[in-house]
Design a binder for this molecule. Structure first.
Ligand code: SF4
Length: 151
């Protein structure tokens, strides 16, 4: 089991699955001058599954997908599906700005796993500011689904 320098067991691994985002929060991404990886160079769903299997074999059991904005991946449903199939994975979470959640929540839920989401309310537009600005009033919300029995 991996441990940190305080001898705490680490069973949780974050995987950044894209460098792109559909927002430009001032504390995160500039409006201009960004260069993103071409899609062809991104790690593929089968490779994430391979990484997850290797991570589970050394003691990791919970995974969080981050970005950029992970829901921008056109193959996000396949990635989630593959990771939830890996024996030993007991938790899968997404950090998202939730802009694409209306179209993706249902397909992700249908994968039959408790996917928890950390949704940043920094992405909710405010009348005074078209860009999210990381103001102190920013809060995080959390939504989760109960697992359905696996087939
Ligand atoms: S939503 Fe998240 S990843 Fe996207 S620009 Fe804002 S802080 Fe960065």
């Amino acid at each position: 089991m991996p441990k940190d320098s305080f001898n705490r067991e680490i069973d949780y691994l974050r995987m950044s699955i894209t460098d792109r985002c559909n927002l430009r929060c001032v504390y995160c991404m500039p409006l201009e001058g960004l260069r993103f990886l071409p899609n062809a160079e991104l790690i593929q769903p089968a490779e994430y599954e391979m990484v997850a299997r290797a991570a589970v074999s050394v003691g990791f059991h919970k995974f969080r997908l981050t970005g950029g904005e992970p829901l921008l991946r056109l193959d996000i449903v396949e990635i989630v599906e593959r990771l939830t199939r890996v024996p030993g994975v007991t938790g899968l979470a997404l950090t998202t700005n939730a802009l694409l959640l209306p179209e993706l929540a249902e397909p992700l839920k249908r994968r039959g796993w408790a996917v928890s989401m950390c949704i940043s309310t920094a992405s909710i537009p405010r009348p005074s500011n078209a860009r999210c600005d990381g103001a102190p009033s920013t809060k995080s919300g959390r939504a989760s689904w109960r697992p359905k029995p696996r087939a």
